[in-house]
Design a protein around this ligand. Structure first.
Ligand code: NAD
Length: 450
């Protein structure tokens, strides 16, 4: 091990592996190296590993490519597909693999976690800490601890802890370097001490640490995501009520958000949530709570999910209404594909769901997104795509804003009006100023607004 970075105490600081180098793992590996640790990133995807090793981030995350190059140049960050190498190298192993929704069920598919932990544990021959960061159903850590004990040559010398991750795509570096809080779910003072060593620079900058048991740590993550999803669906439920009576959910949300007890974050009405986390996490929570016999306690999450999905259907309705009731042959410019701005992640993206529904109803949809085009094309090859906002809007009968990228917020309605076929826009994200668009002669519609 080299100690060229000369961090105070670096010679004794634990060497880290990060298993699973997707959105979460690659960010974690790079940031840990940037903080001065020796890090080995591990993945079963050899192509991903070779891209990362050559300094290329395989997804969009602002600032990460530059930080990856620096970390590689420092000699502190390497990548491999070899689990024996990882087991030999690491003192602390972070598990960051995917936990998608299982096909045909609300349950989480834990096969990646089980495979990764088993492959690692087989070769761990000395004291080590395995730290789960993936989002898992409560009780997973206890099961994995048993698995490790039975598989690892070092037996009880390998401990398991849970350290859930709260990073947001688009802000992943800041959220890793300066998280709102660190949660350490541990079974011993030794495990806590190891985690404190790993996160010393982060803790030193003021991030609070909450030390608890592993099952509470697992729950913190799903409870947080459930809360955020509920807040979004709450304001979208209010949008449905507003639509029934001609009230304005935008004004309602502003007024609610100014109440310090409520706050305005995650209270923006619109097309709702998607992505690789919130939807599958609330469903997995529902499933797990039912297994534990407390399904009734979180049954409301089913409504949260359904409200969220109704927003997508309602957005399609608004486009159809603007188009005069029939979508066949209607040219639609769809602005946005990513599940949110500042990301190229299209997992369960509301934007593409809506674009595809419009396509199914006969519309001639053309999609543009600043960074998610390649992912979108691969996943939805039957949709049309264009080079820019103005390209897809050219000749369009309806424009529909589906992901609130800042470049869409800044569109000049006058300029866009010169290329479209008809000045009609559905603002699926409450991202535009209606007065400005109406003044420029646009028919403007938004969910929950008169
Ligand atoms: N993306 C986020 O913003 C975010 C935030 C917080 C928590 N999480 C959670 O983190 C976890 C990972 O999410 P992600 O978005 O990074 O997923 P991802 O699909 O981008 O990455 C998962 C990675 O794990 C690799 N992998 C699969 N099986 C493996 C194995 N057996 N051994 C080693 N590597 C393996 C895959 O090749 C892939 O690179 C999930 O549980 C997710 O819920 C994600």
């Amino acid at each position: 091990m080299t100690t060229e970075h000369a961090e105070p105490g670096a010679a004794t600081s634990p060497r880290l592996t990060v298993i699973g180098t997707g959105y979460l793992g690659a960010t974690h590996a790079v940031c840990m190296a940037a903080l001065g640790h020796q890090v080995l990133g591990v993945d079963v995807d050899a192509a991903k590993i070779s891209r990362l090793a050559s300094g290329e981030v395989p997804f969009f995350e602002p600032g990460l490519p530059e930080l990856l190059v620096k970390a590689l140049e420092s000699g502190r960050l390497r990548f491999t597909t070899s689990f024996p190498e990882a087991a030999d190298f690491g003192d602390v192993h972070f598990v960051c693999v995917g936990t998608p929704q299982r096909a045909g069920s609300f349950a989480a598919d834990l096969s990646q976690v089980e495979a990764a932990v088993t492959a690692l544990a087989r070769d761990v021959r000395r004291r080590a800490l395995v730290v789960g960061k993936s989002t898992v159903p409560v009780g997973t850590a206890a099961r994995l601890a048993e698995l490790i004990r039975s598989v690892a040559p070092a037996g009880d010398g390998v401990e398991l802890a849970w350290n859930p991750e709260f990073l947001r795509e688009g802000f992943a570096i800041d959220d890793t370097m300066q998280p709102d809080r660190l949660v350490f779910g541990v079974s011993s003072p030794w495990a806590e001490q190891r985690l404190r060593e790993v996160f010393a620079p982060v803790i030193g900058q003021g991030s609070p640490v909450l030390v608890t048991d592993p099952q509470t740590a697992e729950l913190v993550k799903v409870a947080a995501n459930s809360f955020l999803a509920t807040k979004i669906s709450y304001i979208n439920a209010m949008a449905e009520v507003c639509e029934a009576i001609g009230a304005d959910v935008h004004d309602l949300a502003v007024a609610l958000g100014l109440d310090a007890r409520i706050g305005s974050r995650f209270l923006r009405p619109g097309l709702g949530f998607g992505g690789g986390c919130l939807p599958k996490d609330i469903r997995a929570f529902l499933h797990r709570a039912e297994e534990l016999g407390v399904g009734h306690a979180v049954a409301f999450l089913r409504d949260v999910d359904e409200i969220n999905h109704r927003r997508r259907a309602r957005t399609v309705d608004l486009v159809r209404e603007l188009a005069g009731g029939d979508l066949r042959g209607v040219r639609v410019a769809a602005l946005g594909a990513a599940f949110k701005p500042d990301s190229d992640d299209i997992r369960d993206a509301p934007a593409l769901d809506v674009a595809n529904a419009l396509h199914q109803l006969g519309a001639r949809v053309r999609v543009f997104d600043p960074v998610a085009m390649d992912n979108a094309r691969r996943a939805w090859p039957t949709l049309g795509y264009g080079q820019s906002t103005f390209d897809v809007a050219s000749g369009a009968d309806v424009v529909v804003l589906l992901t609130e990228w800042s470049q869409f917020r800044e569109i000049d309605p006058e300029a866009l009006g010169t290329v479209v076929g008809k000045r009609r826009i559905v603002d699926g994200r409450h991202a535009l100023e209606p007065a400005r668009w109406r003044a420029a002669g646009w028919e403007y519609r938004a969910l929950g607004r008169p």
